[in-house]
Ligand binder design. Sequence first.
Ligand code: PLP
Length: 462
Amino acid sequence: MRYISTRGQVEPIEFRQAVMMGLADDGGLLIPESIPDVSDRLEAWGDLSYPALAFEIIRLFARNIPEADLKELIDRTYGEAFGPAVAPTVPVGNIHILELFHGPTLAFKDVALQLLGNVFEYILARTGGELNILGATSGDTGSAAIYGARGRKGIQIFVMHPHRAVSPIQARQMTTVLDDNVHNIAVVGSFDDCQRIMKELAGDLDFKRSYSLGAVNSVNWARVVAQIVYYVKAASDVCRATAAEAVRVTVPTGNFGNILAGWYAMKMGAPISKLILATNRNNILARFFNTGEYSLGQVWQTLSPSMDIQVASNFERYLYYRTGCDPERLRAMMEQFASTGCLQVEVAEGEGVDPAFASDSASEEQTLETIRKYHTEYDYLLDPHTAVGVSVAERLAEGDGDPIVCLATAHPAKFPEAIVKATGRDIAHHPKIDALMELPTRCTVVPNDKEKIRRFLVEAIG
Ligand SMILES: Cc1ncc(COP(=O)(O)O)c(C=O)c1O
């Protein structure tokens, strides 16, 4: 299995090279040359544990890692850092909740970033190279990236967050990690400043090459492939438990990274009849799937802050397939979007943009109401991102139909303010989060100045 760029100007490369490249060198996103069909294997995979299923799926995409090595990497990833079931699906009321928050930072990103850290370390051990990961975070991704990289040989990670502008829990999840290879940088500026500095430093190709800069953001193919596994597992498990032929899967969405893995799972033959894409008030993706127009709006702050995004970095992969796998055409569309903030796909009369998707957004009040309802009626606490998904699922999936799986993307203890707002009580706790408040922290405060950050990196890398 080789990888090509959505923009068509990268020679096909193998998995290991694709993982190290991250964003394709031509500015596009790397995608597999073909999508394997596993529908005739699903029954035989029915009784596999999570790591065993992960091995069966990931090996189809990671051909240039020897199978014994890949198996060891996967067993280590999902054996050590997660609860025993890794990603269990639990019935709650009329839906099935796929709990993706049993990793070290209590968020779905751990499922992919823990594996990515192991894969990076494995590749570097064989190439003798080193990797310096530079990231910018508004709060949540930073900790999952740090936990994925901490203590790994050949890797240093530098994560910038806006000084005093992330929540106390988010700050502590990052700054209590004291491993020598972890560098937390609090930039005296906004998240946009952090992101701009990251892009400028990574865009300086001489600097990037001289200091082996890499990225772990959601455009890395390894993150998508690791996420495909839980869609296949949940869809198969719920079908077996309910004797259904297929399930509908609801995904709270911002960057389109998570739901894209669901789309690949569907194309591979997993029993998924519909993907329900849920956004908060930042609804560019919901508008697209309802009208065919992808147009920038302003960014609103909401109770589900990890989805306060307008430009969805993984959307380009979907658009590539939706526009007939034509890199020239895609490139023209992305250029048009970059210059006008808008692009459009054709929609045949009465057909909708894509029958694979249904989509809507949830308001703040609907999100709070959903948290309240699930707490009162089912004694189950939803985090605000998950509640966006459940709220949309309840509206779009009314009546008979395939069972509904809702992805729970974070543990509610990460967002206690939203829970207090919804229920009036301080009930969202987790021992890992409570323990953070007692731990020592390390973080360097740096002015909002690209050259000062560059100097910090150069000195630390040595
Ligand atoms: C808790 C949570 N839910 C949902 C999302 C949205 O996922 P994606 O950006 O892959 O669409 C994120 C992303 O940051 C998240 O942290």
